[in-house]
Design a protein around this ligand. Structure first.
Ligand code: SF4
Ligand code: SF4
Length: 397
């Protein structure tokens, strides 16, 4: 344990969970992708040697869980080498993937390298909606990959991001996971960051949509008890319950982005004025314990008066800083999803606006190449990201 000056003299433990975003490249173009809108600016990727050093430093600090994600981590030719290195260090290694590029021989090679776990994402249980939401023909490939994962004896973990388009299919998504022999299904209600923030009006379900879907999940959960676990990730806007984001800022989670930026969460790049540390310049230990970024929201000194006087702050740490910033413009505000926040009406109005845009759902939900630009949704594409970067640059002169 190390003492951290700006965290009220509290002892800070090591990062337990390290997430290595190996690349922002991805063959899919999901409308809810959590990658930064300006990812095109951050395209320089760490080398194999740099990733090996980062993993060694993280393990030496005490990290035990390693997630390999992106973008699509399978696009890294050195993935097997990175997995073997991480396995040799003693990490539990989890690959978080769209499945595109996971052939049987590659899955076998990754297993031999020591990969423990694969989390495979689907966008929906139907080919039409899956391919529409990712703007690629990917459903059939994913279904094939699910068979490969099962065949090689990996734990079968499926993930599906839930929103207004696919909530009506929740029972079919569970049935698909069951038919694929999944051990675990994560139904992750959309968190509004990155591309999902941009598309929030189209993706946001109504409270009624969610109540109906959750009742279906509860029925299936009871039916499948002992065979398949179903995790329903709370829709915090509608539940009005702030999440304990990352279990507290700089508490257990450390993310390294493809370009070497070290961040306390997936979205922290949106916060203005952060002096983001890079693993090329400083050791992981120095970044974790001493950088201004990782110390910024540790402890409780920074909390709003509302949160400091609330007995929940030791459980939810005042909610999410990125959400506070995106909705209120102030990163240190009480998370506006909380009913005690003076900004809660802003969240209610985001939900109310979603209810009024039903025509979007009525659009033909079918993958048609190049149709994306004509629709209300913005796909996560390199061209769209570059447009965002150019617009930002123009705005800042
Ligand atoms: S959410 Fe979709 S676009 Fe984003 S990294 Fe994952 S598969 Fe790629
Ligand atoms: S007031 Fe702050 S600590 Fe209390 S529940 Fe709301 S966000 Fe959490």
């Amino acid at each position: 344990m190390n003492a951290v000056g700006s965290a009220e003299g509290k002892m800070v433990g090591p990062p337990l969970w390290l997430l290595a975003e190996l690349t922002y490249r991805c063959p899919l173009h999901c409308v809810f992708c959590s990658n930064p809108l300006d990812y095109a600016r951050h395209g320089n990727e760490l080398s194999t040697a740099e990733w090996r050093r980062v993993l060694s430093e993280g393990r030496a600090m005490g990290a035990v869980q390693l997630g390999l994600s992106g973008g699509e981590p399978l696009l890294r030719d050195d993935l097997e080498e990175i997995v073997a290195h991480a396995h040799g260090l003693g990490f539990y290694v989890n690959l978080i993937t769209s499945g595109i590029g996971l052939t049987e021989s590659r899955a076998r090679a990754l297993k031999e390298a020591g990969l423990d776990h694969i989390q495979l994402s689907f966008q929906d249980s139907t080919r039409e909606l899956n391919d529409f939401l990712s703007s690629t023909r990917s459903f059939d490939l994913k279904a094939k990959v699910a068979g490969i994962i099962k065949g090689l004896g990996y734990p079968m973990v499926l993930n599906c991001v839930m929103h207004r388009y696919n909530l009506p299919h929740v029972g079919r998504i569970i049935a698909m996971a069951e038919a694929m022999g999944a051990d675990f299904l994560e139904l992750a209600n959309t968190q509004y960051y990155g591309w999902a923030w941009l598309n929030r009006e189209a993706l946001m379900p109504t409270r009624e949509d969610l109540v109906h879907a959750e009742a279906i999940v509860d029925d299936h959960r009871a039916r499948l008890a002992g065979r398949m676990k179903i995790l329903w990730v709370s829709p915090d806007y509608q539940d009005a319950r702030p999440k304990a984001c990352m279990n507290g800022w700089g508490a257990v989670f450390l993310l390294v982005a493809p370009d070497g930026a070290a961040l306390p969460c997936h979205s922290a790049r949106v916060l203005p004025g952060l002096d983001i540390p890079f693993v090329q310049d400083r050791s992981l230990s120095e970044i974790w314990y001493e950088s201004s970024t990782f110390n910024l929201y540790r402890g409780s000194a920074w909390l709003s008066d509302t949160c400091r006087s609330c007995d929940q702050h030791t459980h939810d740490f005042g909610g999410c800083r990125c959400q506070a910033y995106l909705i209120t413009g102030a990163a240190d505000a009480t998370d506006p999803v909380c009913p005690k926040s003076p900004d809660r009406p802003l969240v209610d109005s985001l939900i109310a606006r979603a209810g009024g845009s039903s025509s979007i759902v009525a659009q033909p939900l079918k993958f048609v190449p190049n149709l994306a630009r004509q629709l209300a949704l913005v796909y996560r594409t390199d061209a769209n990201s570059r447009e965002r970067c150019d617009a930002e640059d123009r705005a800042h002169g």
